[in-house]
Design a protein around this ligand. Structure first.
Ligand code: AMP
Ligand code: MG
Length: 332
């Protein structure tokens, strides 16, 4: 996949950051590290630049992009702000939370896929923050992978998927969270809705807002939505078929043919083999989230006939991990 790579991977030196900021301002694409997953960034106020994202990713035009900002002043430039949004921004930004608000006219229609709303996030990754500051404009960025495949959590993942379609990749190391941001819809601040679970949980949002946040729909239950067509059931998908297990039996994995892979959340004691994998040594959800996508990629590359994956249990990151697993398993 990397054979025809034309992309260069840059270390985050001051000179490289200045150069990449110039490229972005000139309308070129740059893949960037964030604390969630790697993004494919373009000048968010330049429609031509943003269209390149859709071409490079082969992303359908009806799937809106997230606008990344450096400051609250930029939030006011791109969105109609309300008190609820400011409350969440104060508590969770910079960080893995995206807020959907009514859009200001400055944001080109291509960014919001024609919707009157815009999704905004202030990321915390130090290199991305420096780049945003140097650019002085908001950057639109979806995940830096071909549409529908597992999101990238290292610069190498970006190169493997898009290396022949983009020129610049900024390396910020492996993503610390490893799952895409939480998305909350605050177009109507009286009726907050979770659109995508992530590292900021629904309970945390409810505590901060002091009101109920309606839950995200489970993947597959959604009609091809008007609001955010991107939340298709099948997404984040390896090529190998995935079967999910609420509780995965070690005995069954031990008896399984070597052609089937088994991914446990925690290390399964007493069980080893070239088809046995786990997300976190001790079953911790932070580590499991961080390594979910890279494990799916690694296992996918082995050419197993099937991947069995264990669902996470509990609160915190479990709903976000399970959302991605369900999408990976969806045939829809
Ligand atoms: P990605 O960055 O590829 O993980 O996806 C960005 C996602 O953000 C889209 O697929 C939508 O689910 C969501 N999104 C972006 N803009 C909007 C919007 N205006 N309204 C609702 N959801 C949005
Ligand atoms: Mg994506």
């Amino acid at each position: 996949m990397t054979a025809r790579s034309t992309a260069r991977i840059y270390r985050g030196t001051p000179a490289n950051l200045a150069r990449l900021a110039r490229r972005l301002r000139a309308g070129e694409l740059v893949a960037v590290p964030t604390e969630t997953v790697y993004g494919l960034a373009a000048h968010a106020l330049d429609a031509r630049a943003c269209r390149k994202i859709f071409t490079a990713k082969r992303r359908p035009a009806n799937d809106p992009l997230i606008v990344h900002i450096h400051s609250l002043a930029q939030l006011r430039e791109v969105a109609e702000v309300n008190d609820a949004a400011l409350r969440l921004a104060k508590k969770f930004w910079p960080g893995p939370l995206t807020i959907v608000l009514p859009k200001k006219p400055l944001v080109p229609a291509v960014v919001s896929a024609g919707l009157p709303s815009v999704a905004v996030r202030m990321p915390s990754h130090p290199l991305f923050r420096r780049l945003l500051k140097l650019c002085g404009v908001p950057l639109a960025a979806p995940s830096a992978n071909p549409f529908g495949y597992v999101s990238p959590t290292t610069a190498e993942h970006v190169r493997a998927g898009l290396g022949n379609r983009i020129r610049h990749i900024l390396d910020g190391g492996p993503c610390t969270i490893g799952l895409e941001s939480t998305i909350v819809d605050l177009r109507d601040p009286q009726k907050p809705r979770l659109l995508r679970p992530g590292a900021v949980t629904r309970v945390e949002l409810e505590r901060t807002l002091g009101r109920r946040v309606s839950p995200a729909r489970t993947p597959g239950s959604e009609k091809v939505a008007q609001l955010a067509p991107g939340r298709l059931a099948r997404h984040y998908s390896p090529r190998t078929p995935v079967t999910l297990h609420a509780r995965m039996s070690r005995a069954r994995a031990a008896r399984s043919p070597a052609s089937e892979a088994w991914i446990f959340v925690g290390r399964p004691r007493g069980l080893t083999g070239p088809n046995i994998f786990w997300l976190d040594e001790r079953g911790g959800l932070t580590g499991a989230a961080r390594r979910l996508f890279r494990t799916l990629r690694k296992v996918d590359a082995h050419g197993f006939s099937r991947i069995h994956a264990e669902l996470a249990r509990g609160g915190g990151l479990a709903p976000a991990i399970n959302d991605r697993l369900k999408r990976a398993a969806s045939r829809g």
